[in-house]
Design a protein around this ligand. Structure first.
Ligand SMILES: Cc1cc2nc3c(=O)[nH]c(=O)nc-3n(C[C@H](O)[C@H](O)[C@H](O)COP(=O)(O)OP(=O)(O)OC[C@H]3O[C@@H](n4cnc5c(N)ncnc54)[C@H](O)[C@@H]3O)c2cc1C
Ligand code: FES
Ligand code: FES
Length: 1313
């Protein structure tokens, strides 16, 4: 049958039939949707199944169930050819601004569930697919369906709030307090659609069905069995057999063919790592291996059984059978809840997991521990059965399968009486993360006794394969299940697992401690079972009950409240300031209609650029060989430093190069770029460019390396009083050190640009995703050697920025400009997630060494602090980052004597850059570290030390700024009260005294954040307001929209100043053509600066039409404007603003600093309560209360979004995220698989945000409040210390990862590794 010609691919998208005669098996569904069908609503965030931005719904006929099934899928991993006979629904297919929003879209929009909007279509589709299958979901269903989606902006709370309206749980109507519901302020027509409980029909009406599952497809799917298919592409042939006979025959004929079902393993290899598998055979349509069967003795699972189907089947069996029989199935179910996200579980199969033989597979240890049997088949020989023990996995990613064999099924025996089994797992992030270590443990006792008859223990993450603990398994036989066993087990496990310090995956001690801790948890569980079943009278201690929580904890779903000051009742209706208007692009976000850079329709003659970057951190570039690349399909040309018409030097401090010239100073430095006809061809050709490097030593990678080699760009000092003398005179002095890791921006839209040369005028038009259009314009002009008036930069919107697109856009824009000049054709480039993370820099990592003096009451007397930041291979904005760090080094506290030195380290890693908070969060975290050190030393609470030392109204900072309208004490007090701090602290102490292995902690942290650019000239903004004859207004200002709601707020300002509804005002894009010389949109000052410039422009126009208004008071706005036009009154005005009265005299030699560097400060406070698992290091944020001073908020809903989003970003920085580089300077944590930003499940279980009115800017200040989680964890660890008989203070570096929490807890198990 396979001699037939290439088949035609037929599938349906949003109800329309797609017929593709030449399908390319290497093309993913998302690429096909976006490039061929131009459905750009579906977004590409990572290409590795880790962000969910690409989620679509797939529907197909399920023959075994005789019904249509709907499921969410990562379209970045799904090959388009796998869609044959399926119906795909994308975000465009469910609702539109032109027709009607779907309820999911509408609620998300109205509940402020999108900011940059890049993640939004994926989130909409995950929820939509859930509702298709379950019309009355509960909150846990919703949280589960969102496990595979990430959002970097919102902090998740508003999304959960929006989707809660689909449940019928109490208070399900609105997550906000009744009076504060944002929908109350909508217009009457909008209010009529305010959230109520809604049902989405799961039974499709004929009209709906024709859209989601066209009749033609239904008829063919029902009446015709699947047919074998063969698709032949440029490099890959794809076979879809439909019988076991065809499948095994193909595999024997082509033993190297990959058997792909979910493509969740192979898709990463081909998509991200660039490998090509020329032959793919998919068993997806082979029903003989897609079953789940059970009999008296066990269950048999077909290798092609999809994991989400497996969950359904196992649940049924577990419900039906006696509990003890199905313990392995329960273990699998518990594990599968945390396995990937829904999108992965909906396509991945058990056979793929077994046969990938990953050392961190979550299922293989369970299968090994319960003595499962695998059945293989070779076409010419038949089947054979193999027990899944150690010899099943002979080596790294190897199984005992013979050449040409297909895995048919796996059989799991039921457990017997007196037999117990459990599985455990710990990962960096609870949701959608692979395990650091996992384990499955099984024991059988001699009848009625506690003497071990059989024992198996299989671990993942402890070796190159899933591994059985041989010594443990041998020695434990015959032993009694008594406490004495534990020390012996530790000794046997030490024999089993001797991880080298530099073992792949690192964390050697932690992994050993985890393995032991898992055994301990199992020990307690079994001891309890034995006692309950009467085999022993030995009960478990009540304080050990806490080890028995289910995998991932048993915490409630997330709940939240938000409050803000209401606008006065007499505020005119057209005055929208202070109203919680939804994001001005919100409807476009939720429908996928919002256009980001890569959504711009391609030009006919457009080319694609892929960068060639260095693989060495410090080396000479000896040769660049293009021979292979040039013969690759679609190759057009290569550009490098020789092609630059102007200057190769670029960047804010001119410390960067467009292209390396003979030498590279970090891994990921741009050497050149390949230009080809398509993205796929450019990527393929770039991989074929061979660069020969010659290493240069030393390699300076870390701050420690920089200190050793004295490699600094600059050291800044700030001094006040006489710190050294005061330190000597202090009653107490403590010394400390703290290390704070960097942080990846992880904006969902990676760096991108499109450069269009205008040949007629020599002008370059650049569409880009940049926070600094003017700086980009300056750079492009300098690189091209032309004047700035020939370079026009346009920014429509960004899919997130967070500082990462403030300066580092240069890695893409400058090479693209050079390529466009050379080719004379439009050039497009959007970095892959992995490239972006490798190349574009991060938040600076910091290290501090401090001494702090204080009185016996805890009053600060002196601080001497040496702070180091890792700036990377170019200066970029590292000096201003360090300046801000120095300004914030004292936290919120008055310190009479201070001497701080800030050392900016020059290293061989990609240049680090701005990130929300700009150095302040690191500096304030260090300050809170010494505060907690003082508290530990004096045996008083850290909150007390904070209160004693907190600034007061009229105090002066150590750089001379007087604190006026000092609103921090109010925030602090309100936060204390609203959170019931004292009462909860008592309860926590009680909880901790009753629980040995789970501890809680609580902490209250204040913040004080200076608002203004410390580069004073940047504190300026311009605006252009144009009123057209019909009364509509086109507004342009210097700020860029990256999700923070700036355009929404600016429209509110203009609407208020002009006295017209916000709906009459439109912002098209930010452009250097309309407002020149703009400052970057950064530093939380975007609204302040641009809002004032807009106000000035609007006031000019209002002033000009004032006489007319006086003479014709009854005229409507539209009539007034046309009258003004007829009277020849100019209806266009520019506005300009510069922040007044900011200055600073900073003598860098003496360190004396005096001035008013900040226009004002934003204040806030947060209380967080956490619970940690002392045995694994896992943690959950039980509750966070934030009180934030946001000023007379322009838009409270947008501001609350900023507070929650910033909080979660800071939470990521301090609790989860840690970029790792190896000794060669290569970034190991590239992509969402390796680098974990917070997910939905990390949202505090109770999240309360209160805005109070006094003053001001809110983008960056709340980020630091997440340190309340960090210090709550520190308090919980301190409680674990106490329980272990340890006292005093301990050093806690950031992030407080599960590894650190576990190892800090220090107990008998950590001592035994
Ligand atoms: C975002 C993400 C999250 C993930 N999370 C987890 C997790 O939490 N835990 C975990 O353990 N894994 C995880 N994985 C890994 C992966 O999803 C699983 O291993 C999955 O079960 C693989 O199934 P698949 O159908 O997608 O495999 P595919 O990629 O289709 O195939 C994988 C391999 O198995 C072979 N194979 C498949 N079927 C057969 C057969 N019948 N006979 C012989 N060989 C066969 C193929 O040749 C191929 O080499 C994750 C992956 C991603 C992308
Ligand atoms: S783009 Fe598919 S999951 Fe990220
Ligand atoms: S709104 Fe979710 S990533 Fe920006």
């Amino acid at each position: 049958i396979w001699t037939k010609p290439n088949d035609v691919l037929v599938f349906y998208v949003n109800g329309t039939k797609v017929t593709e005669p030449h399908p390319e098996p290497e093309t993913s569904l998302i690429v096909y949707l976006r490039t061929k069908l131009r459905l750009t609503g579906t977004k590409l965030g990572c290409s590795e199944g880790g962000c969910g931005a690409c989620t679509v719904m797939v529907s197909k006929w399920d023959r075994s169930q005789s019904r249509i099934v709907h499921f969410s899928v990562n379209s970045c991993l799904a090959p388009v050819v796998s869609m044959h006979d399926c119906a795909v629904t994308t975000v465009e297919g469910i609702g539109s601004t032109k027709t009607k929003l779907h309820a999911v879209q509408e609620r998300l929009w109205k509940f402020h569930g999108s900011q940059c909007g890049f993640c939004t279509p994926g989130i909409v589709m995950s929820m939509y697919a859930l509702l298709r299958n379950n019309s009355s979901p509960k909150m846990p269903n919703i949280e589960t369906c969102l496990q595979g989606n990430l959002c970097r902006c919102t902090g998740y709370r508003p999304i959960l709030g929006a989707f809660k309206t689909f449940t019928d749980e109490q208070n399900g109507g609105c997550p906000m307090l009744r009076k504060r519901c944002c929908n109350i302020s909508l217009t009457p027509s909008e209010r009529s659609t305010k959230p109520t409980i809604v049902r989405i029909a799961t039974k499709l009406t004929t009209r709906h069905r024709s859209r989601y599952f066209p009749p033609e497809l239904l008829i063919t799917s029902r009446n015709h069995a699947a047919t074998p298919l063969k698709f032949v592409g440029e490099r890959v042939t794809w076979y879809r057999p439909t019988t076991l006979d065809q499948l095994t025959d193909l595999k024997e004929k082509y033993p190297d063919a990959q058997l792909v079902v979910g493509n969740t393993e192979i898709g990463i290899e081909t998509g991200v790592k660039g490998r090509c598998h020329p032959l793919i055979v998919t068993p997806a349509a082979v029903e003989e291996i897609s079953f789940v069967k059970n009999d008296q003795s066990g269950i048999e699972i077909g290798a092609a059984c999809i994991l989400s189907n497996l969950v359904q089947q196992l649940n049924k069996i577990v419900e039906e059978k006696e509990e003890h029989l199905t313990q392995p199935l329960s273990a699998i179910l518990e594990m599968l809840h945390w396995f990937g996200g829904d999108q992965i579980r909906n396509v991945a199969v058990i056979g793929g997991n077994i046969m990938t033989a990953s050392p961190i597979s979550d299922l293989n240890p369970i299968l090994m521990a319960c003595c499962a049997t695998a059945t293989f088949m070779l076409h010419s020989r038949g089947t054979r059965k193999v027990t899944m023990n150690q010899s099943f996995f002979p080596g790294y990613r190897k199984t005992c399968a013979m050449k040409g064999e297909v895995l048919l099924s796996v059989r799991i025996p039921f457990m017997r009486k007196g037999e117990y089994m459990k599985a455990y797992m710990q990962s960096k992030r609870r949701e959608d993360d692979i395990a650091i270590v996992n384990a499955a443990l099984r024991v059988k006792f001699y009848h009625g006794s506690r003497k071990v008859e059989e024992f198996s223990a299989a671990f993942g993450g402890m070796a190159a394969t899933s591994v059985m603990a041989k010594h443990l398994m041998e020695n434990i036989i015959g032993r009694l299940w008594k406490d004495e066993l534990i020390d012996d087990v530790a000794a046997w496990m030490r024999e089993d697992f001797k991880l080298e310090q530099n073992a792949p995956g690192g964390m050697a001690e932690y992994r050993e401690a985890l393995a032991l801790s898992f055994f301990f948890k199992f020990y307690i569980h079994v001891k309890d079972c034995l006692c309950k079943e009467g085999a022993t009278k030995d009960e478990i201690a009540s304080e050990e009950q806490c080890t028995k929580v289910p995998l991932g904890g048993n915490h409630p779903v997330s709940l939240s409240t938000q409050t803000w000051e209401e606008i006065p009742e007499n505020q005119p209706k057209d005055n929208s300031v202070g109203r919680p208007l939804p994001h001005s692009s919100g409807q476009l976000h939720v429908t996928g209609e919002a256009k980001y850079l890569d959504d711009i329709t391609p030009y006919a003659d457009e080319l694609y650029m892929c960068l060639v970057t260095s693989t060495r951190c410090h080396a000479y570039v000896r040769d660049v060989n293009l021979a292979d690349a040039m013969t690759s399909p679609g190759y057009v040309t290569y550009v490098d430093h020789c092609d630059i018409p102007g200057s190769n030097e670029c960047g804010v401090m001119k410390g960067d190069l467009v292209f390396a010239n003979g030498k590279v100073t970090c891994v990921g430095q741009v050497i050149g770029a390949v230009i080809a006809d398509t993205c796929a061809h450019a990527q393929r050709a770039a991989q074929l460019v061979k660069v020969t490097h010659e290493d240069i030593f030393p390699r300076i990678l870390t701050i420690e390396d920089a200190i050793k080699h004295e490699s600094f760009y600059k050291t800044l000092h700030i001094n006040a009083g006489d710190a050294a003398t005061a330190l000597d005179a202090s009653e107490y002095v403590i010394e400390g050190e703290m290390r704070i890791a960097g942080q990846e921006h992880f904006y969902l839209e990676t760096q991108a640009c499109l450069v269009v040369p205008q040949l007629e005028s020599g002008q370059m038009e650049i569409y880009c995703s940049s926070q600094s259009p003017t700086s980009l314009q300056d750079d492009a002009a300098s690189v091209l050697g032309i004047e700035s008036n020939k370079v026009i930069v346009r920014v429509k919107r960004m899919g997130g920025g967070f500082g990462g697109k403030g300066t580092r856009y240069i890695v893409v824009s400058n090479p693209a400009v050079v390529a466009a000049k050379k080719c004379g054709r439009p050039i497009r480039c959007m970095l892959t997630r992995q490239e972006d993370m490798l190349i574009s820099g991060q938040r600076h990592s910091f290290y501090a060494k401090y001494k702090v003096g204080f009185t016996k009451e805890g009053k600060l007397t002196s601080l001497v602090n040496n702070i180091y930041s890792n700036a990377g291979n170019s200066l970029d904005v590292s000096i201003p980052v360090m300046e801000r760090a120095l300004y914030h080094s004292g936290g919120c506290y008055r310190i009479p004597n201070i001497a701080i030195a800030g050392h900016v380290c020059k290293t061989n890693i990609p240049s680090n850059t701005a990130f929300r908070g700009f150095g302040a969060p690191q500096a304030m975290l260090i300050a809170e570290d010494w505060i907690s050190g003082i508290a530990a030393k004096l045996g008083i609470s850290a909150e007390k030390v904070r209160e004693i030392n907190m600034y007061k109204e009229g105090d002066s900072t150590y750089y001379g700024q007087v604190l006026e309208s000092f609103n921090l004490p109010r925030c602090w007090q309100e936060c204390y009260q609203k959170s019931n701090f004292n009462e909860r602290k008592e309860k926590i102490e009680e909880y901790n005294s009753k629980n040995r292995w789970r501890k809680r902690g609580i902490s209250c942290i204040p913040t004080k954040y200076g608002i203004s650019f410390t580069e004073f000239f940047l504190n300026q903004a311009g605006a252009l307001v144009q009123v057209y004859k019909d009364g509509s207004v086109l507004l342009t200002h210097g700020g860029t929209e990256m999700g923070q709601g700036l355009h929404t707020k600016m429209i509110q300002v203009a609407s208020t100043c002009l006295g017209i509804p916000a709906s009459r005002i439109h912002i098209s894009s930010t452009s250097t053509e309309t407002v020149p010389n703009t400052s970057p949109t950064a530093g939380s000052v975007g609204s302040d600066l641009n809002g004032m410039a807009i106000k000035e422009a609007c006031e000019k126009i209002v002033g000009r039409i004032k006489p007319l208004r006086k003479n014709f008071p009854k005229l409507s706005w539209d009539d007034l404007i046309i009258k003004a036009y007829l009277e020849r009154i100019s209806l266009s005005a520019t506005g300009f603003y510069k922040t007044p009265d900011i200055y600073c005299n900073w003598d860098q030699d003496s360190g004396e600093c005096f001035g008013r560097p900040f226009d004002y400060f934003t204040y806030g406070a947060a209380v967080s309560e956490v619970e940690i698992d002392c045995l694994t290091g896992d943690h959950v944020v039980l509750q966070t209360d934030i009180v934030m001073d946001v000023g007379g908020s322009l838009n409270p809903a947008v501001d609350i979004g900023q507070i929650e989003g910033a909080f979660m970003q800071g939470y990521g920085m301090m609790m989860l995220e840690e970029p790792l580089i190896n000794e060669r300077g290569e970034l190991l944590t590239r992509g969402p698989g390796a680098y974990k930003i917070p997910g939905f499940g990390d949202c505090p279980r109770r999240f309360n945000v209160h805005e109070i009115v006094a003053e001001f800017a809110v983008g960056e200040p709340p980020l630091f409040l997440s340190s309340s989680v960090f210090f709550a964890v520190k308090n919980a660890v301190a409680s674990a210390w106490k329980h272990s008989g340890l006292f005093g203070s301990f050093r806690m570096d950031s992030p407080a990862s599960c590894e650190r929490i576990r190892m800090w807890c220090g107990d008998q198990f950590t001592k035994q590794v």
